[in-house]
Design a protein around this ligand. Structure first.
Ligand code: BGC
Length: 748
């Protein structure tokens, strides 16, 4: 959707820009091409095609005759998934427990590419110990909808933050010797009608927002495998989308690895063969005998099959083969990996509100604490379908608190409400998660709160509500939690609320009744200890929100534009009908009401804070928000030059001082605002950030860099990136709405 203004501008005020980047890590995949081609020359068509579909639920064939192993996959993205048999049935091994790492949005809240690297490296190490070649992760789609079922798997509503984490995770994992499979390529931003929805999107927003993290993971991170998503984009299934998989991924970005469809996401022989898919997962009905026939009758050139085999073998050669006898002989989760999960959890926790400095809790001044809410004890490792982890252990929030307090402080626990009816994966869209207030539990919670000095209220969702396979109907706290906290507040003024969720919730009531509010996430096997460290002040909180908490769901862009939920139609859901017969029990869903497949992205690039800022709307907590137990002073902003040209790098320096009494990390954030641009832009956009560690009283001089070419926009007139010459305001701050320093520079 081009505006006439845009077309006009393209003619003179902008210049096409090609950013010079270092040599792509993709090139290392080409090292063995000569040998690979010699191997391909010896293979029969049948042997080649055998490599292009599943062998088991989590493997695809190698060339046994030549001693070339199959490719073994493992979910991902937050822990190496247990061993599975047919139909995702766990095999029930006793030796396949893994580290459960903080989920995607929690990792993103660290705003640390270094931690993402360590995380990927730790996961990659565990994968190797289990003999796995490819981790099915990271999951890097943009969080477009607050209700998105996979928001907890994905990183952020912002492409720059998502990209940095995707690159860190990818490099870490691949350095450990395990390939990543970045997923779900692309625009996989909803679970409603997930096997069938068709994203209608214009090229500019696609390039600038939704494809960015994939581009970064491939070009900078060197991701070796890419998973085309279940959905369609502009009318074509992702798994047979020539524009996405051939033109953009391979031709433009220089991807040399292979693609594997999401499980059940292949839809035709010809489409997949010509549209850039290498491996059908699962089954062989498209890239199996039918492909052999298509080659034999001349519809698909054998060179296309060869190209797919070549891409698979490049990855096979890049990843050392683990002899099955040497796999899984030691526990894959060891202390080093558990420590990484712990560190990420510590740095992910976000302090949203802290009145009267109620946090950190002074252990000396409290005798009795009431812990209320089932999320204080609920496991968050399992559930959520593919991204569940059979964890080696899990410290719950309650356990973390009890371990911290020992016998010095009495801890009362009251669940407050109970969980009754879990919702099925493909169940109807209702928000009733089955948890509800029960008068006995309510009264116990009120009694506990009344007798305690302080209440820690565990609010939030669970993995039946936030899950692959369905979106939430709304972001209200389920099970009467709003009512529960009102009761607690009527008997105790000191309420610290901790939100245990992967995505944003409606916090109007919680904020009203709480003196402090903390976002505690689904935070991995050491989550409970990490939370206690923050609540009791062993460390200062340092996480920052990777997405906006709206005041009302209806304020958020896709809702406000009427783009979601899509209106209902009646008919067969291709995904459920073709692939999930097992789950639907073979029942026909011919007459089932379901949403219209077409998902219009007409909010353009105004996703997340880009929307709220541009529309000047109040939010509950803004993108990038996160308080500390100390204050930071920002001062002395400067740039290294007065004006900048297309090939320059803008270097922005400033000082930051920890003026508090303890060591703390701050995440400094740099946004840009275009002052006199003619092209339409969001009010502000994140361009750089850094996590900085500061001792009490310490000052550091920080330099953040923005390549000028990163300020360009996708110009559909010339089908390339263009740079507009205009004045840029550089905004440096502690969140997207807490800007402390600013300066102006012209791009000439
Ligand atoms: C999910 C993928 C996952 C795959 C294998 C699919 O349902 O969408 O993210 O990797 O299953 O478990």
């Amino acid at each position: 959707m081009k505006t006439p203004l845009l077309a006009f501008l393209a003619a003179f005020a902008v210049c096409a820009i090609s950013c010079s980047r270092p040599v792509s890590p993709q090139d290392t995949l080409l090292t063995n091409d000569k040998q690979i081609d010699e191997i391909i020359a010896q293979m029969s068509l049948e042997e080649k095609v055998e490599m292009l579909h599943s062998k088991t639920i989590m493997s695809s064939e190698g060339i046994p005759r030549l001693g070339i192993q199959e490719i073994r996959y493992a979910d991902g993205p937050f822990g190496i998934r247990e061993e599975l048999g047919d139909g995702f049935r766990p095999l029930g091994w006793t030796t396949d427990s893994a580290t459960y790492y903080p989920t995607g949005s929690a990792l993103a809240a660290t705003w640390s590419a270094d931690l993402a690297y360590k995380y990927g490296e730790a996961m990659g190490t565990e994968a190797r110990r289990r003999g796995k070649d490819v981790i099915l992760g990271p999951a890097i789609n943009i969080q477009r909808l607050p209700v998105g079922g996979r928001t907890y798997e994905y990183f952020s509503e912002d492409p720059i933050l998502s990209s940095a984490l995707a690159v860190g995770y990818t490099k870490g994992s691949q350095t450990a010797g395990t390939a990543v499979c970045v997923k779900h390529f692309a625009m996989n931003n909803q679970e409603t009608n997930r096997g069938n929805f068709n994203v209608i999107i214009d090229p500019r927003q696609m390039r600038e927002i939704y494809l960015k993290p994939f581009e970064a993971a491939v070009k900078e991170g060197g991701a070796m495998v890419v998973m085309p998503a279940y959905n369609k984009v502009n009318g074509y299934w992702c798994s047979e989308n020539d524009e996405l998989c051939n033109k953009i991924l391979r031709e433009e970005w220089g991807f040399n690895g292979f693609t594997v469809s999401d499980w059940g996401g292949t839809h035709s022989t010809l489409g997949a063969a010509l549209g850039g898919l290498c491996v059908q997962m699962t089954g062989d009905n498209y890239l199996g005998p039918a492909l052999i026939d298509s080659v034999r009758v001349g519809i698909v050139p054998e060179a296309i099959v060869d190209a797919k085999v070549r891409e698979i073998l490049r990855v096979r050669f890049a990843i050392e083969q683990v002899d099955p006898q040497n796999a899984n002989i030691e526990a894959i989760s060891q202390i080093e990996q558990q420590q990484v999960a712990y560190e990420v959890a510590q740095k992910s926790i976000v302090l949203l509100k802290n009145e009267n400095k109620i946090l950190p809790i002074d252990k000396q001044s409290v005798k009795k604490i009431a812990v209320v809410g089932i999320n204080a004890t609920a496991s968050t490792a399992n559930g959520g379908v593919g991204a569940g982890v059979k964890t080696i252990y899990e410290i719950s929030p309650l356990q973390g608190i009890v371990n911290e307090l020992g016998s010095d402080v009495e801890v009362l626990y009251a669940p407050g409400y109970k969980y009754i009816r879990p919702r099925g994966m493909w169940g109807p869209l209702t928000q009733d998660d089955g948890s509800q207030l029960d008068s006995q539990l309510l009264n116990e919670a009120i009694d506990a709160a009344q007798s305690a000095d302080l209440v820690i209220f565990f609010a939030g969702t669970n993995k039946q509500i936030e899950t692959e396979g369905s979106d939430r109907k709304n972001i209200m706290l389920p099970g009467g939690q709003d009512e529960l906290i009102a009761h607690l507040a009527s008997v105790n003024d000191n309420i610290v609320s901790v939100l245990i969720s992967g995505g944003p919730c409606d916090l109007n009531e919680v904020v009203k009744y709480s003196t402090a509010v903390v976002q505690g996430w689904w935070n991995g096997l050491e989550g409970g200890h990490a939370l206690a460290d923050v609540l009791f002040g062993r460390i200062a909180p340092s996480g920052k929100l990777p997405f906006t908490f709206p005041i009302r769901l209806e304020d958020s862009p896709a809702y406000a534009m009427g783009n979601f939920p899509q209106k209902s139609i009646v008919g067969t859901d291709v995904f459920t009908a073709q692939y999930r017969q097992d789950i639907t029990g073979g029942q026909s869903n011919q007459h089932r009401e379901r949403p219209n497949p077409d998902a219009y992205y007409s909010e353009g690039s105004l996703v997340g804070y880009r929307w709220f800022d541009t529309k000047q709307m109040e939010v509950m907590f803004p993108f990038g928000h996160g308080l500390s137990y100390v204050d930071f002073d920002y001062s002395n902003i400067s740039t290294d030059k007065k004006t900048y040209k297309a090939k320059d790098i803008i270097s922005v320096s400033f000082d930051i001082k920890n003026v508090g009494q303890m060591e703390a990390d701050e995440v400094v954030q740099l946004y840009v605002h275009r002052i006199d641009a003619n092209v339409e832009w969001p009010q502000k956009e994140l361009k750089a950030f850094e996590r900085v560690n500061l001792q009490s009283g310490q000052t550091k001089n920080i330099t953040l860099e923005i390549p000028v070419c990163d300020l360009s926009y996708w110009n559909e007139e010339i089908k390339d990136w263009s740079l507009e010459k205009c004045k840029i305001e550089i905004l440096v701050g502690s969140s997207s709405r807490d800007i402390r320093l600013q300066t102006e520079i012209p791009i000439i």
